[in-house]
Ligand binder design. Structure first.
Ligand code: PLP
Length: 405
């Protein structure tokens, strides 16, 4: 019998939006239970709003946004992104090097589809934002995971990367700031990553969607700014910095050595044309969103919600016997470690399911981020402190008696 489909390629990916733990949470909700969802980086349900002027701008522009636009995006949006690229010191970006997308997600998928032939390998971090692994595999490639080292602030392990490069390796994916660890990579780490790509002639994909959610006075450095001689694709958007996930506004910027990527760029262009364009009302707010006063800055300084919630969750989790976590520097995730021996944990999905069933709190096991050991989970710390306090207390109570077997 002929069978159809390729979903098997996506097994174990996208755990934050699907998978057994989420399915169980949905069943529990259908039975009338209230679940505290710490599973997805979606600020709106937790009382974060897009800036008023951005919403106003979309309202004003909606009448004029009815037609398809240029497949790369409207002029004003790309101009604003180009200026943003200049601020981030990404060299040589022209209007033709910018593509808007229905979120960065669409462009991550598009950029990998345009690049990969069957069996091509792409170096993807572990833990990762699992869309990357899914998109590489779906495009016919093979995601090869390199380790990010918890002992070193979750920075990529350069030796591990080097050891995994083969003649089939085409690209290196960098997620900075990182989801799920909240790490921010300093210049020397980025330079080492760029150097690996340089020596092995790899394309650099840099996912920088959290670049404006950096705390502690630290500065985000665009990978592409350090690699003018390499071909780089930088991804960003408004979902996180402008708390506007639902508007689906993202972009990618091509930069560096475009000479080597003429064929690739032609493929990107074709795929971009095939989807006609990204949603035009979404594009219409980019200029307003990127210019001038950035309200997100108020969330990430002492007294701001994201900052204070991070302070709270970091301390509260580390106070739980058997849990330890590196302090995140950016974004709104923390990726704590569980003492698996203490709790006899062999299966992190089972741990997440047991915690969900007993305490009605939804977290995502490390497995969902292509982390091989059963010893981590991710917490989204977007809820207010009172709610995070309940969640951490629930975890503490749960673990005070938990033994997996
Ligand atoms: N990249 C990373 C690292 C993310 O965490 C996310 C969303 O959570 C995305 C990309 C996708 O963002 P968008 O809403 O622009 O599709």
């Amino acid at each position: 019998m002929r069978t159809f489909g390729k979903a098997n390629k996506l097994e174990h990916v996208l755990y934050d939006v699907r998978g057994p733990v989420l399915e169980e949470a949905t069943r529990m909700e259908e039975r009338g239970m209230r679940i505290l969802k710490l599973n997805i980086g979606n600020p709106a349900p937790f009382g974060f709003n897009a800036p008023e002027e951005v919403i106003q701008d979309m309202r004003d522009n909606i009448v004029n946004s009815q037609g398809y636009s240029d497949s790369r995006g409207i002029f004003a949006a790309r101009k604003a992104i180009m200026q943003y690229a200049q601020i981030k010191k990404i060299p040589g970006v022209t209007m033709k090097d910018i593509y808007t997308g229905n979120g960065a997600s669409e462009l991550i998928q598009l950029s990998l589809h345009a690049l990969l032939n069957d069996g091509d390998e792409v170096l993807v971090p572990s833990p990762d934002y699992p869309l990357w692994t899914a998109c590489v595999n779906l495009a016919g490639g093979k995601a090869v995971h390199y380790i990010c080292d918890e002992q070193s602030e979750w920075y990529p392990d350069i030796k591990d990367i080097e050891s995994k490069i083969t003649p089939k390796t085409k690209a290196l994916v960098i997620i900075n700031p990182n989801n799920p660890t909240g790490a921010l990579y300093p210049q020397e780490i980025l330079e080492q990553l760029v150097d690996v790509a340089r020596r092995h002639e790899l394309i650099l994909f840099s996912d920088e969607i959290y670049d404006r959610l950096v705390m502690d006075g630290l500065e985000h450095i665009a990978t592409a700014s350090l690699a003018p001689d390499l071909f780089c694709v930088t991804f960003s958007g408004l979902s996180k910095s402008h708390m506007a996930c639902g508007f689906r506004v993202g972009w990618m910027i091509l930069s560096g050595n475009k000479e080597i990527a003429k064929d690739y760029m032609a493929g990107i262009d074709m795929l971009s044309n095939m989807r006609l364009c990204s949603n035009v009302p979404g594009q219409s707010i980019i200029q307003t969103a990127l210019g001038g006063y950035q309200s997100v800055n108020e969330y990430i300084i002492p007294g701001g919600r994201v900052y204070e919630q991070r302070e709270f969750v970091y301390k509260a989790l580390n106070d739980i016997p058997g849990i330890s976590a590196v302090k995140p520097k950016a974004a709104f995730y923390i990726f704590p470690k569980i003492d698996t021996k203490k709790f006899n944990i062999l299966d992190d999905q089972q741990f997440a399911l047991d915690f969900l069933r007993e305490k009605r709190v939804l977290i995502i096991p490390g497995k969902g981020f292509n982390w091989k050991e059963p010893d981590h989970f991710r917490v989204v710390y977007l809820p207010r402190i009172e709610i995070l306090e309940d969640a951490c207390q629930s975890l503490k109570d749960f673990l005070s008696t938990y033994k997996q077997r």
